[in-house]
Design a protein around this ligand. Sequence first.
Ligand SMILES: Cc1ncc(COP(=O)(O)O)c(C=O)c1O
Length: 391
Amino acid sequence: MKLSDRVLNLAESATMAVSGRAAQLRREGKDIVSFGAGEPDFDTPDHIKQAAIDALQGGATKYATPSSGIIPLKEAVAAKLSRENSLDYDPSQVIVSVGGKEALYLAFATLLDEGDEVIIPAPYWVSYPEQAALCGGVPVYILGDVSNSFKITPAQLESAITPRTKAFVFNSPSNPGGFLYTPAEVDALAAVLEGKDIAVFSDEMYDRIIFGDETFKSYATASAHAYDHTITFNAGSKTYAMTGWRVGYAAGPADIIKGMAKIQTQTTSGTFTFGQHGLVAALNGDQACVEEMRQEFQVRANHIHARLNALDGVTCPRPSGSFYAFPDVSGTFAKLGVSGSIEFAQRLLEDSHVAVVPGEAFGVDSGVRLSFATSMEMIDKGLDRLESFLA
Ligand SMILES: Cc1ncc(COP(=O)(O)O)c(C=O)c1O
């Protein structure tokens, strides 16, 4: 039977080839060092697990009511956004979702009509263009420059806008490189969109993993207009090491959140009830666990950044947050005789048994992504091998 054009047009993940091959080599007994992880290497803190266990044993086994999220979680999200992000939302402006990913998809589905353009800075998180396209949208890419930590400029944003522009996807700190826009840079981008009827998707999954004296600013705080046009996305996934729980959320203009909830009632009916109680405990509880993980990621970030920049032909912008580094490795391509990031990653895996994600998957073929959600020992082992590979 013929599959829908929607599915046929969906890109296969460019990361699959490398991760599939890495798994195969591992099965063959090869000692693979992987920089591929897209999730914290820590376990979910105990008090969060206990809250879910208590809820489960207490009978929180039915459909969530409402399906857009239990009220205590919507209240905890509203309190978090007020406390940590200076954003005031009524709990009715919050939707709870199956991870941050579902919330993003619901927002695209709520806002996009066929042919609507979505501005996406590159390198980008892999799902934005595919989700937008699934909902009839047309991705319009803006290429960041390595010399500016791959961050786009207001002039670039301005020139990407057309009468069909419906949304702008903003991700700071970013996956794949931990690139963080300063408060002044956030304001400057928001100034470009001031007065325009363009929705902003502010993906703030990494807002609690910020390094040094860098300052995080939520996009929606830039102005009253920004607040009225922004949907802020977050989840328990990265902050509390809850990736497998699939508990995320979004907050924004009431009509958009309502539209998202309407689609959710007809698709997933939201995420599982006792998991939502886990996120309530995470958001309302002691935040020491967040700081412990952040400090560990910071030590690793500094280390991996310094070591990558010491390599010939490699330029790595500083990761200001998240747990990813995205070095430009194009200066090594000629010497290695590879055509781009996919071949680079394949060769590194075959010859040196180190797995990285090719930048092609994120729309920038000059780079590769290294996740440092792995131990210092593994980081050094992998970087030693990378150093020999490039020597
Ligand atoms: C930038 C970004 N947005 C969204 C997500 C999705 O998060 P979740 O696992 O909560 O669906 C991820 C996960 O990798 C991410 O890196």
